[in-house]
Write a new protein. Structure first.
Length: 90
């Protein structure tokens, strides 16, 4: 993997992960205890769910924007079709 791909991957991950970190609380138990490990496990699952949810939301937004662009293109094409006429002969 090139440096360019690595940087792109890190940027994408940080864009998706930022809201997830806010939604999932950090463990409060002292480190290296069973409670801490359980809280870390719960946080990891929470982060994965938040990232999946955010990814689905972004995909849905992308699809909505694509549909909107298609509708705009169809409307513009109809306007151009309405203007397409043969000029009268003189």
């Amino acid at each position: 993997m090139t440096i360019k791909h690595t940087v792109a991957a890190v940027l994408l991950l940080s864009a998706f992960a930022s809201p997830a970190f806010a939604a999932c609380p950090a463990p409060t138990a002292t480190e290296d205890t069973p409670e801490h490990l359980a809280q870390q496990r719960e946080r990891l699952v929470c982060l994965q769910n938040e990232i999946a949810r955010t990814s689905e939301d972004r995909q849905r937004d992308f699809e909505i924007e694509a549909i909107g662009r298609s509708v705009d293109q169809i409307q513009l094409q109809r306007k151009f079709d309405a203007l397409n006429f043969e000029p009268p002969e003189l």
